[in-house]
Design a protein around this ligand. Structure first.
Ligand SMILES: Cc1cc2nc3c(=O)[nH]c(=O)nc-3n(C[C@H](O)[C@H](O)[C@H](O)COP(=O)(O)OP(=O)(O)OC[C@H]3O[C@@H](n4cnc5c(N)ncnc54)[C@H](O)[C@@H]3O)c2cc1C
Length: 265
């Protein structure tokens, strides 16, 4: 089995975002981390590899900072890491991102399963996984809460998809794209050995030519969406009052009186 896990770096969820007058988005000095939803995808890939054998490759399209996501994936236990980037990739929307990722996967040749997290916590479009599947012409199984059966010999996968009304069991031929969701597993912590391995590993970068990608389908040139303007939401107005009685009971009574006076209850 060759399993590819796509992962991207995101700002820490505690990061404070700001937008400059010229429209540049910044997360300040906040550390970049692996997109938290991708840890479920990595964990699932590792469990499947340990059960069925084979290798897990972490794949990211991104500048140097993307190494943070790849290093974390390797520290968790991925065997290989591939980064794709050249300057032409800058300004990619999901159309261009999915093109580059699909080309990189095509170039690998022997991929059985491609795993994604449910979304990225920053741009959060949920589009990249299904778009990669569409570009490769293979099934997209999204919101997967359980991989019920993987049959490498029979070339099928059966999953349970999380729907609002319940669960849907779906079987598809391999190769397939699977979008994992929270609850599919409990992602492992990185081990000391894993962190050492990740620190020592070589992370070569493939450019667009290396994956036979056309420059005008990547980056800003290959994107259908532009951000002509981006701004912060207006600051919320409001006052906070701390109700501090002598006892918990008194605080509760004072709170209820306030809520009644304001006609909230
Ligand atoms: C500086 C900057 C400029 C941008 N400019 C534009 C713009 O001009 N127009 C526009 O539309 N968008 C722009 N974007 C957003 C960009 O389109 C998305 O970040 C990107 O396409 C991924 O989409 P997403 O984050 O919504 O991922 P989702 O679709 O929510 O993520 C689903 C899964 O795909 C994985 N994934 C997503 N991206 C990658 C990747 N690069 N490599 C590997 N796995 C990945 C995620 O980790 C996750 O597992 C910009 C982003 C940045 C940081």
């Amino acid at each position: 089995m060759h399993i590819v896990v796509c992962t991207k770096h995101t700002p820490d969820s505690e990061a404070k975002m700001s937008v400059s007058g010229s429209g540049d988005v910044s997360w300040g000095t906040s550390p970049l981390i692996i997109n938290p939803w991708d840890e479920y995808a990595v964990e699932e890939a590792l469990q499947l590899r340990d059960k069925h054998g084979g290798t897990v490759t972490a794949l990211s399209m991104g500048p140097n900072e993307a190494l943070e996501a790849l290093k974390h994936a390797v520290a968790m236990g991925c065997d290989e890491a591939v980064r794709v980037w050249d300057d032409t990739c800058a300004g990619s929307d999901t159309l261009a991102t999915s093109y580059v990722l699909a080309q990189a996967i095509r170039k690998m040749g022997d991929v059985d399963l491609i795993l994604f997290g449910k979304s990225a916590i920053d741009a959060q479009t949920w589009q990249v996984g299904p778009a990669v599947a569409r570009r490769l012409g293979i099934p997209a199984l999204m919101y997967v809460i359980k991989i019920a059966e993987l049959d490498p010999a029979g070339r099928t996968i059966t999953v349970e998809r999380l729907l609002e009304e319940g669960r849907q069991v779906v079987t598809a031929p391999l190769p397939a794209v699977v979008g994992t969701t929270k609850g599919i597993n409990e992602p492992r912590y990185t081990s000391f050995m894993g962190i050492r391995k990740a620190a020592k590993m070589d992370y070569p970068t493939s450019g667009l030519a290396d994956i036979d990608a056309e420059a005008d389908k990547a980056g800003a040139a290959g994107s259908g969406v532009r951000w002509p303007e981006i701004s912060m939401p207006p600051a919320r107005e409001g006052e906070a009052e701390i109700i501090a009685g002598e006892t918990v009971e008194e605080s509760a009574r004072l709170l209820v009186e306030k809520l009644l006076a304001e006609k909230v209850i």
